[in-house]
Design a protein around this ligand. Structure first.
Ligand SMILES: Nc1ncnc2c1ncn2[C@@H]1O[C@H](COP(=O)(O)OP(=O)(O)O)[C@@H](O)[C@H]1O
Ligand SMILES: [Mg+2]
Length: 253
């Protein structure tokens, strides 16, 4: 009887030990560094510049919801982009560029509802504030190059015109901001540095002046944008009022 009890206790300890170790390995799997399948194709120059940022970015992509192995898509001044196994792209903000990526998400979310723009823009954008990651569809295809400049510039003009009534212009134009998706044509994936106009610009300026929002750009640049839009997308009286507030802040308008 006693021997049976001891054996039972031993067996229970054994089961517990195994249970614990399998739990530990589960934890290691879900929090371990994700695999970047095309790591050997990332240029050395990029690896040198990014250093430890690359691993950190891959981890944040997983925390923002990436499933399975990651494929590195590219990196720029604002973000490092991976696609996951479900075809979702994660643009992880580089240090100090969080506000820029949040703003890019704002533009993409708006563009999704604008006929004439939404056809040419990466879909389903949302911003994961906690991990500072812009999540949207992964667009498969080669990046735009100088050989497509005139075609891409045409699409860009279309996006710009379609967005203007909604308070935004197109982002800065660059060929490699587009992916040439088969059967769909050029799709804009990099929407950073879009300018606001009209009501969006007025609201943004008011938010910045009241301290509700930290601007991405210098106050001088916001005042300049308002002056540009005076009597165009912003009524002159509204523009003058805002410019006076900027002058009161010591901004040369
Ligand atoms: N949603 C996406 N699907 C596929 N590739 C993408 C996507 N977003 C970005 N990329 C690729 O990653 C590169 C870097 O991303 P990008 O948004 O341009 O970053 P940055 O704003 O820092 O320039 C792009 O040039 C593009 O090749
Ligand atoms: Mg870019």
């Amino acid at each position: 009887m006693k021997r049976q009890t001891r054996r039972l206790e031993r067996e229970i300890r054994e089961i517990r030990r195994r249970g614990e170790s399998s739990r530990i390995s589960d934890v290691q799997v879900s929090h371990g560094a994700p695999r970047i399948v095309n790591r050997d194709q990332i240029p050395d120059r990029v690896l040198r510049v990014l250093g430890e940022e690359l691993e950190d970015a891959a981890m944040r992509a997983v925390r923002a919801g990436a499933v399975g192995d990651l494929t590195y898509q590219g990196a720029g001044a604002t973000g490092i982009v991976f696609c996951d196994e479900r075809g979702i792209a994660y643009k992880v903000a580089r240090p100090g560029r969080e506000a820029s990526i949040a703003e890019e998400a704002e533009w993409l979310e708006r563009a999704q509802h604008v006929p004439g723009a939404r056809e040419h823009v990466a879909r389903h954008a949302r911003y994961d504030t906690q991990h500072r990651v812009l999540v949207r569809e992964c667009v498969i295809g080669p990046s735009g190059t100088l050989r497509q400049t005139s075609r891409l510039f045409g699409v860009h003009g279309q996006i710009r015109a379609a967005m203007k009534p909604y308070g935004w212009l197109a982002p800065e134009f660059k060929e490699d901001s587009y992916v040439l998706a088969r059967g769909r044509g050029p799709v804009l994936v990099d929407a950073s540095s879009a300018l606001r106009v009209g009501g969006e610009l007025v609201r943004y300026a008011q938010d910045v002046l009241s301290g509700r929002r930290m601007p991405e750009e210098r106050l001088e640049d916001i005042a300049f944008a308002i002056r540009q839009e005076r009597d165009d997308s912003i009524p002159a009286a509204v523009a003058d009022l805002l410019l006076a507030k900027f002058r009161a802040r010591g901004v040369d308008t």
